[in-house]
Write a protein that binds this ligand. Structure first.
Ligand SMILES: C[S@@+](CC[C@H](N)C(=O)[O-])C[C@H]1O[C@@H](n2cnc3c(N)ncnc32)[C@H](O)[C@@H]1O
Length: 158
């Protein structure tokens, strides 16, 4: 398939652009997949390795607050917590609230993911963003590796 011409900004500048707008890029869309996976995020454009894809938007909370919410949230909502470390200290993004953002809908693939999470600091605040780790074709689902945990779907599909 022919690659469409898209103006190429520096990927980090592009991430900062969408972060400051609190918006998702128009080349991505959410779609229902099936009752096991639920929804996922799909590209309808080409992306090159290194391109910015989407921010994992949500409420930035402390690790202690995350622990507190884990005690009160239903299991189905806990999957929207994203824990990460800055200088060895644990932090968390709570994306349980469905604000129609796409980052919270990106599914796991630990075998052949096409993106990777990186932290970008904007105005002193951390933002977690997915960047392509290889070329992505139109129609492809965006995925990343959720990390080494016994995620139930991994054993089911193994
Ligand atoms: C952060 S959410 C991702 C969006 C979710 N699919 C939805 O519709 O809201 C994580 C949840 O998606 C599902 N999921 C993610 N990756 C999956 C995979 N590879 N296979 C099956 N289910 C998956 C699991 O139910 C998991 O708890």
């Amino acid at each position: 398939m022919r690659r469409s011409k898209r103006h190429h900004r520096d990927p980090v500048q592009e991430a900062i652009h969408y972060i400051s707008l609190s918006a998702d890029r128009p080349e991505l869309t959410a779609r229902y997949i099936n009752s096991l996976k639920g929804r996922g995020v799909f590209s309808h454009s080409f992306f090159e390795k290194g391109d910015f894809l989407v921010e994992y938007r949500g409420e930035i909370i402390s690790f202690e607050e995350c622990q507190r919410r884990r005690r009160i949230y239903h299991d189905a909502l806990q999957v929207y917590f994203f824990e990460y470390k800055v200088n060895g200290n644990k932090h968390c993004i709570d994306a349980a609230k469905d604000d129609l953002s796409l980052g919270r809908l990106v599914n796991d693939d630990h075998i052949n993911p096409n993106s990777q999470m990186k932290r970008i600091t904007v105005k002193g605040k951390p933002h977690l963003c997915l960047f392509a780790i290889r070329q992505i074709q139109p129609g492809e689902e965006i995925t990343y590796n959720y990390g080494d945990m016994d995620w139930p779907w991994r054993t089911k599909w193994a």
